[in-house]
Design a protein around this ligand. Structure first.
Ligand SMILES: CCCCCCCCCCCC(=O)O
Length: 290
């Protein structure tokens, strides 16, 4: 089966292209021809890919299409251009949830994933899609000296690098977008108690009940979280975890242990979505190569 796990669909860039008057009409027609050719090629590619199973499941649809249409594109001058960098949102294909490619002005999307949960051991439900973000300049500044000489594959094997990413004073954001329409704030609270509670115990021992209570109590009964609601967990400078629901700040807690525990859910040893974790690590490793 052809598996395109995250065939990222790119929405139209919000900013119009700025083209100087003198070149407008030629640039437009050249760009139109290139765009149309690529669209036709991509359409042809979809059919052929489905029939011949030629896609690489680790690459997005557009990346696969580009590999197919321009086999040597990586050696061309624009080979290092990331398709994701040019769009303003990225869509997680299974849930249709759309993620901004940048949050807090400079934190870039590293990867997206899906949190599934089993209900009464009977069936798995898609609870939320998530995106993890960090600022590439900041990652380079904090970890460049220690790890800058390693290749991407060396970094991906390097446990110290992964630990330092989660432990370092690096601003990061985890954005949860609710998919399950029958979610109550009570179930959010108790899911956090279970998942964050197990990590607090793992990294900090059993004496962290008060920290867990403070964190979970931010999710007050009065908040509603219908499908499409956004819960943002941002790790700010000084290991401050700031929580927002639909853009409204509901609390902040300064705790390195809590920040580490939250990141561990998405990037740690036993993450909710292993493929997303790998995407996130690859992207972070690539920041050190830029
Ligand atoms: C019926 C399933 C209820 C699950 C609710 C999870 C809501 C958000 C919890 C976030 C932390 C986690 O994913 O464990």
């Amino acid at each position: 089966m052809v598996s395109l796990r995250f065939p990222f669909l790119f929405s139209q860039p919000k900013r119009p292209c700025t083209i100087s008057n003198a070149t407008t009409s030629r640039s437009f027609s050249a760009a139109t021809v290139v765009a149309c050719s690529f669209a036709a090629g991509a359409a042809a590619f979809s059919g052929i890919a489905a029939a011949q199973k030629i896609t690489n499941p680790k690459r997005s649809f557009l990346q696969n299409a580009l590999d197919f249409l321009l086999p040597n594109h990586s050696s061309l001058p624009w080979g290092s251009l990331s398709l994701a960098d040019t769009s303003s949102t990225v869509v997680e294909s299974k849930t249709g949830m759309s993620f901004p490619s940048v949050v807090s002005e400079s934190q870039r999307l590293l990867g997206i994933g899906l949190r599934r949960k089993s209900v009464l051991g009977l069936k798995n439900i898609d609870v939320y899609a998530f995106g993890v973000y960090a600022d590439n300049d900041e990652v380079k500044k904090v970890l460049g000296q220690k790890y800058g000489k390693l290749s991407i594959s060396e970094l991906k094997e390097n446990e110290g690098f992964k630990e330092d990413l989660m432990e370092g004073d690096i601003c990061m954001t985890v954005r949860l977008q609710i998919v399950y329409s029958k979610l109550s704030i009570r179930s959010v609270r108790s899911a956090f108690e279970e998942s964050v509670g197990s990590r607090l115990q793992k990294f900090g021992g059993p004496d962290n009940k008060e920290l867990l209570r403070r964190f979970a109590s931010q999710f007050k009964d009065e908040y509603k979280i219908p499908k499409g609601s956004v819960i943002e967990l941002s790790k700010d400078r000084g290991h401050v975890l700031r929580t927002r629901i639909d853009g409204k700040e509901v609390g902040s807690i300064q705790s390195k242990l809590l920040c580490r525990s939250i990141l561990d859910l998405y990037m740690g040893e036993d993450p909710f979505d292993r493929q997303a974790k790998e995407e996130i690590e690859s992207k972070l490793a690539s920041f050190l190569q830029q």
